[in-house]
Design a binder for this molecule. Sequence first.
Ligand code: C5J
Length: 229
Amino acid sequence: MSTTIDLAAEPYEFALAPEHCALLIIDMQRDFLEPGGFGEMLGNDVSQLRGVIEPNRKLLAAWRAAGLSVLHTREGHRPDLADLPPAKKIRGRSATSIGDAGPMGRILVRGEDGHDIIPELYPEPGEPVIDKPGKGAFHATDLHAILQHRDVKQLVVTGVTTEVCVNTTVREANDRGYDCLVLEDCCGSYYPEFHAMGLKMIKAQGGIFGWVSSSERVIKGLADWKSAQ
Ligand code: C5J
């Protein structure tokens, strides 16, 4: 029996090795996705992101049913803001910024309601949650150590936003030797053109940062793999 799940992808097929592959769901937090949160307060249309909830929910259910590793990330800072770079605090010249009171608690601060993951994709016990102060999930976190301890060599990456935290994390992972498969229907941006271009950048030049495919293909691949066991 094949030990890989061979998936149609761009720029070419991806050989998913279930034993060495983890699902990494980036920043599906209330503040970015829920009406009345920080994202909306900044003037963004959160409906642009909410379309990715259902594909992620189905993918997560299939991934869990297959018994594979899942990790979640959240962007945010310590309540004392000691890990918040002053440059990040003042960027944008907004009247309200990180650490200030927002619609769902202090903006992007750990422990606040808005910082937490949306209920539809809430982590289960045993699924590590990586709290990251930056856009990339490897910067100032224990993600790389956790993946190494689990012998993970491939990442299926989903979440928001495509051009910011998803792209930054995929680039960081690529430089650390991971193969990344990004699922286009499970990633989103407040700007559709940035979503399209963010995916294009990943798969360009022979997959310079990784591969792009869809949740439908992964779910079918997992089901076929399970039934062949
Ligand atoms: C993420 C952001 N998660 N856009 N953050 O992409 O600031």
